[in-house]
Structures are given as C-alpha cells and as structure tokens.
Design a protein around this ligand. Structure first.
Ligand SMILES: [Fe+2]
Length: 568
C-alpha cells in the first residue's frame, strides 16, 4: 500500500543520462548528483544501450533527438530488455507530440526543455519511488505466495501424517483378526473409510480356474455379488490381476471406455490395486464412486496400496498360522482316534458326542460361534486320556479307587494339553468341565448349576447319551425307554434340566436317534443291556458311574468300585 510517508522518502538511484549536448549532460549530472543520485552520462543512444546491457541502472533520462539512434529507438530497445526500468524522455517544446508517442511506447514520464532543477528532482524522485514501491510489492507478493505455498504444503503434510497415522493405527488392529474371512471384510471397510469410496470389493485369485472371485464387499448389490466372476485380463480388476499394477480411472475416462470395458457395475470413478501374498497375486481390491463424486487421487492409490500390503502380510501370517494350527489339530484328533480305537467299543465316540452336542446346541438356539466351539472342542473333549495308562483305560475288570482317581485327571490333563493352543475360553471349558455335575458332585472342579459353562453342560449330557446308546463290551446299547428314564431320573442332579428337556424333544421328534451308537462300526446288536444307572439314585452309588464314566468308555464292571470310591 502506498502511503504519504512513503512518497516523502528520498530515494537515491543510479541514473543514466543520455544526451548529445554536452551542456545538458553536465547540467543534468550536477542536478542529479546534488540530489544524491549516482550519475553516468553518455552522448549517444548506442553507448547507452551498450552500458545498459552490462551495468545496472535504476532510471534512464534520455534526450529524444540525437544523432544516430534516436531517443525513441533507445526507449523501445530498453523496454524490450528491461520492461520495469523507467525511461524518462526529454523533448523540446515543439516535440510534445513525440513525447506523448514515447509515453505510449512505455516511457515513464517526459520533461520538456527548458527544464528546472526542481522539475528534474520531482520527476526522477517520483519514478524512483514508484520503482521502489513496485519492487517492494513484488517482494511482498513473493513472500505471500511463499507463505501460501508453505501453508498449503503444511496442510498437505498434516493431512498425510493424519492419514498415515490412521492407516497405521487401523492396520495395527489387524492382529485381532485370526480368521481371514473377517479380516478381508475389515480391509474392505477400512478402504472405504480411508478413501471415501462408496463401493468396495475384494476379489481373490483362483489359480486353478484363473479367475477372480468375490470374497468381501461393501455397498455392492446382492445381484452383482452373485454374478461377479472376473476372468484374468478382463475388466478393470482382471487387468490389474494380469498386469499386477494398480489402475486408476477418472470419471471422464470411464465414460470413454464404458462401452468397451466389461465391468460388473457402472461407476463414476474407479481404483483397483493388486494384493500380494509372499510376492504372488492373492487378489484385487476395487474401490469405486467416492462420496464427494471426485476422482480417486494419487493419495487414494497410495493408501489403498499400503492397506493391501499390510493386509497381505496379515493374511499370509494367518494362513501360516492356520496351517500350523490345522496340522496340530489334526494330530490331536488323530491321538483321540488312536485312544478310542484301542477299545473297539468306544471308536468314534468323540465324533458322535460332538454331533449330538451340535444338534442340541442348535435346538436351543446357541450362537454360530458356540456351535463352532462345540465342533472344535467336542472332538477333543477326552484328549486328556493321552496321559492315562492303557492298562487303566482298557481294563476290563473293576477299577480300584486309585485307578479311578487317575481317570478323573483326564479333563485337567486335556486342559493342560490344549492350553498353549490359545483356544477361546468356551472351548477350554468344554474340555475341562465335561464331567462336572449340576449338583456339584462332578469333577475336576466340583462346579454346580449355572457355574458350569453351558457348552460344557451340553457336551456332558451328549457324552452320557452316547454312552447309554452305544454298545459296550459289558452290555448292549440301551433302548429308548431306558435312555429317557435315565435322563429324567438324573435331571437336576447330573444333568441340566433344560438340556434334558431339549434332548428328550430331539429324541422324541426323531432328530436324534438312540440307534446312532448301535449303528457305529463297533456296535454289537442284541437286546437291552443292564440299566446304565443300575436303578440307583444319582450321587448315591453305582448309577453315578455309567453316567460319569461309561460315556468316556469305562466298563460297567467298574461301578461297585467307583461307588466305594465315592463313599470313601
Ligand atoms: Fe471324559
């Protein structure tokens, strides 16, 4: 901004005086030097031009009429080289029209002869001040521009740090996902949050079939989900899978390729990035249609690639872990089978117990997660028998009190075997507490009522049910009336009454068959065996034993000894 005080400032400059009259040159030099300016005076425009090319001047004061190059020609050439350098022309009175013409060519001002010293001072000072002001304005403008640029960079930097922090924080939460199905859905949701994409899908690469199949999505219609099957090389995702490079398409480009590029749905903008595992293509992450209708940016692409990279590492870890876990689980299952196979009458016992427990769990509307726990831990419920000597497990005669005490250790041994596997609590509970009783007289912890975890109660009654309905070395499988009676007699003492009710419903509606155990490869046909409970009340003698132990494969012959053990 120009202020009065600014114009009061006396500004000195380096002035080039051009005049072919020596007297004028001397006069102007004296006037200007008196005012504090530095003056170089030359006699021709040609000399002036040569000097201007080599030296810096703040102002030129030039006569209009000179031999050789005229003042006008000098003006035009100087302005061509230095548009901001002020040139003041000096004309005679009769040449006023020429002075005006010079102004049109860019002269900063003009002075007519004869001139006064004040006139020279005023014009020179005014032009130097304006030059100074212009330079100052340009400097301030440059500063402002720099400030604006810095502010913009700061904003971008802040935004980037914020997004990367968010991405880092969120991807750190990947560790919570041990199954890949949940992880893929989380990646899709995260991609949508980070970029504002309204529709996101994650397709995995089927190496055998050579196409991409939908694994997780957000905002994609069911109709699209049903028919998505992308061949490699076709469509945007197919091209990404083929080239192994990201593809970003603007809305304008989409309109151009719309007719030629097959895509599962029409979209405004598109970003697809490959997802690798161990350096090999795992799938493609597709993002379309930003909420604000803008195109996907380079930054969106970077975020999507970062997300895909982190997801790839986590999926790989999960696959490795699942592989190890699966191998370990298969080994444990094989051990259970080996234990059960030693006694032909208990072969496949754990499998049948698991099937009954699952049917029961579904009948009482347990969650899918609970059913998965039963399916997983039901098979392993007797894994602790690994730690029990074969001489006890396979003993056909009566068990001694000491032997029974050893047998009772198998739930705790099983718990310690599976402890390092990191199972969820419900699964560990099934293994540890499948011999607890509702009246608190079970083992290993003597839990009672609702303190016994529900899934443990379910496996417990299923275990006893299989014992009653399976043929044993010492007796045939029991008939329906016997099984129903035993369940009823021990409801509220050994079994959860609600589960007894549910199991009876399943039996009476034919959803669970008492013939299941008889149909197993080891079942022996024949009539009814002796009552599993020996007709005595639960917790008071031999009837405890079958319900406790027959399910785990302990012969009925052991019951008197077990009764004694209890009394002791
Ligand atoms: Fe058991």
């Amino acid at each position: 901004m120009v202020t009065a005080s600014f114009y009061d400032q006396k500004i000195s400059g380096r002035v080039l005086v051009v005049d072919d009259e020596v007297v004028i040159r001397i006069l102007l030099t004296e006037i200007l030097e008196t005012a504090g300016h530095q003056v170089v005076a030359v006699e021709s425009a040609e000399t002036a031009l040569a000097l201007v090319e080599k030296e810096h001047f703040d102002l030129i004061l030039s006569d209009m009429y000179m031999d050789g190059l005229s003042g006008m020609e000098l003006l035009i050439k100087v302005k061509g080289m230095y548009p901001m350098l002020p040139v003041i022309v000096i004309t005679g009175q009769p040449a006023l029209d020429q002075a005006i013409a010079a102004m049109k060519k860019g002269a900063a001002d003009f002075i007519t002869k004869p001139f006064s010293a004040d006139q020279i001072h005023h014009v020179v000072q005014k032009n130097l001040q304006e030059l100074h002001l212009l330079a100052e304005n340009q400097r301030l403008l440059a500063e402002l521009n720099n400030k604006a640029v810095i502010e913009k960079l700061n904003r971008q930097l802040h935004q980037k740090i914020s997004q990367l922090t968010k991405l880092y924080t969120l991807s750190e939460s990947f560790h919570a996902f041990v199954d890949n199905r949940s992880l893929l859905q989380y990646v899709v949701d995260l991609a949508s949050n980070l970029t504002g994409a309204q529709r996101v899908s994650l397709l995995s690469f089927d190496r055998r079939q050579k196409f991409l199949v939908m694994r997780a999505s957000k905002g994609v219609s069911n109709e699209v989900l049903r028919r998505v099957c992308v061949k490699i090389g076709e469509g945007v995702a197919g091209r990404v899978a083929e080239s192994l490079r990201p593809i970003r398409i603007t809305s304008k480009e989409i309109r151009e390729i719309d007719k030629t590029l097959p895509r599962p749905y029409v979209s405004e903008s598109w970003l697809s990035v490959p997802l690798f595992i161990g350096g090999e293509l795992f799938g493609v992450l597709n993002l379309t249609d930003k909420q604000d209708k803008s195109d996907f940016t380079e930054e969106d692409e970077y975020l999507a690639l970062m997300l895909a990279e982190k997801a790839g590492v986590k999926i790989e870890n999960n696959v490795l872990y699942e592989g190890i876990y699966s191998n370990l689980l298969d080994t444990l299952k094989a051990l259970v089978s080996t234990i059960e196979a030693k006694d032909s009458y208990t072969r496949s016992h754990s499998q049948r117990v698991t099937e009954t427990a699952l049917a029961l769990a579904r009948h009482i509307n347990c969650s899918e997660e609970d059913c998965e726990s039963i399916a997983f831990a039901g098979i392993l419920h007797d894994i602790g028998k690994i730690g029990i000597q074969d001489s006890i497990l396979q003993k056909s005669g009566k068990l001694t009190v000491e032997e029974y005490e050893i047998i009772k250790k198998h739930p705790v041994i099983g718990d310690s075997i599976i402890e390092p596997l990191g199972l969820i609590e419900a699964e560990r509970d099934i293994i540890r507490h499948h011999h607890e009783r509702i009246d608190g007289r079970g083992y290993p912890d003597g839990l009672s009522g609702s303190n016994i975890p529900l899934l443990s109660r379910i496996v417990s009654i299923s275990d006893a049910f299989d014992a009653m309905t399976s043929t044993r070395s010492y007796r045939q499988a029991q008939n329906l009336d016997y099984v129903l009676r035993e369940l009823h007699n021990h409801s509220g003492s050994q079994f959860d009454p609600d589960l007894v009710h549910a199991l009876v419903e399943l039996i009476q509606t034919g959803k669970i068959s008492v013939e299941a155990g008889r149909d197993s490869g080891d079942a022996q046909s024949g009539g009814n065996g002796q009552p599993a409970g020996n007709g005595q009340p639960a917790g008071n003698g031999p009837c405890l034993a079958p319900l406790f132990e027959n399910a785990a494969g302990f012969p009925a012959e052991h019951q008197p000894a077990l009764a004694k053990a209890e009394k002791a």
